[in-house]
Design a protein around this ligand. Structure first.
Ligand SMILES: [Zn+2]
Length: 319
């Protein structure tokens, strides 16, 4: 048996899986990040305890923790994840002290990529590029069937430079994909244009309270044919497509999978992505037989990915 855990800014989720990665039990509770590190660790232990196999604890092979980066995979340390009260927290050691079983750490976007490769849209594919587009943009690279992280911090697709003169990213550097195409960026761009007085349905959708504009509002307006909303999503899609075109030329993957809340806009986002890929890739060979699809696994993708990672790590240790 394996336990997968996904710790996000809003929810802590945990599930127990059997050796075929069938989910046997699943629980969740609020993270309550504002209560600080000690409280959140307490909630984490409690959530894990709820899915521990009570009758035969020795059957538990390991626990996988999916958390946002930056993190030190080898040391099992959370460096400074945004939206969570951790700083240089030796999370693997702390959880191991509680459960006395091996604990492994994985970046949450990497976990999602692993899960989509093993159980979702990329089953049977050799190489897969995963992007999660929500508040920020995360990436996961599965190359030749293996998660690729370089020296542990690789796969940061959200921080690829797509406009050298672009706005500052959350990380402090200019022109990164996340600063131009994340849900936050889509909302910010739309708000600026609405405030500048452009005619749009978005103003009605938020009853004139422009602070309420989110990527979801923009998606909704775009779905009704609103020109401003469509143009904002087009621009975001174009930047995502530029990044994907570059990744396709460097890595030549079998499939590209887009997850996260913003990807649920479907063709509204995928069409401009495809268009940009065709515009920027060196040769049709790079995209002709390389589908760009939306993720298949839902909100539990991080749990599945954490479990897949544990299975792989145990397999490696055994071979
Ligand atoms: Zn950045």
């Amino acid at each position: 048996m394996i336990i997968g855990v996904d710790v996000g800014g809003t929810l802590i989720r945990a599930a127990r899986f059997d050796e075929h990665l069938e989910m046997r039990q699943r629980v969740e509770q609020p993270t309550n990040a504002h209560q600080g590190e000690k409280a959140v660790l307490g909630y984490l232990y409690e959530t894990i305890r709820q899915v521990l196999p009570s009758e035969s604890p020795g059957d538990l092979e390991g626990i996988g923790l999916a958390l946002p980066g930056p993190l030190d995979l080898d040391a099992g340390v959370l460096i400074a994840p945004p939206n969570l009260p951790f700083k240089n927290t030796p999370i693997c050691q702390l959880v191991e002290d509680q459960v006395a079983r091996p604990v492994y750490l994985v970046n949450d976007a990497d976990a999602a990529g692993l899960a989509e490769h093993r159980l979702g849209a990329g089953v049977g594919m050799r190489s897969l590029i995963y992007l999660t587009i929500s508040t920020g943009i995360g990436g996961g690279l599965i190359l030749d069937g293996r998660l690729y992280t370089g020296r542990g911090q690789g796969g940061e697709i959200g921080h690829m430079v797509v406009d050298p003169d672009g706005p500052l990213c959350n990380c402090g550097r200019p022109g990164h994909l996340e600063a131009l195409a994340s849900g936050t960026a889509i909302a910010r761009t739309a708000r600026a244009r609405v405030e500048a007085g452009e005619e749009t349905l978005i103003a009605d959708l938020v009853d004139g309270d422009f602070d309420q504009i989110t990527a979801r509002t923009v998606g909704q307006a775009a779905g009704e044919g609103d020109r401003l909303a469509l143009s904002v999503i087009n621009d975001a899609g174009r930047y995502i497509g530029m990044a994907i075109a570059s990744l396709m030329m460097v890595l030549n993957p079998d499939i590209v999978v887009l997850g996260g809340g913003v990807s649920r806009m479907g063709s509204l986002l995928l069409d401009p992505v495809q268009q940009a890929v065709r515009q920027y890739a060196m040769h049709p060979r790079y995209w002709e037989n390389t589908p760009i699809v939306t993720a298949r696994l839902g909100k539990d993708v991080g749990l599945y990915g954490a479990a897949v990672m544990v299975q792989q790590r145990i397999g490696e240790a055994g071979s």
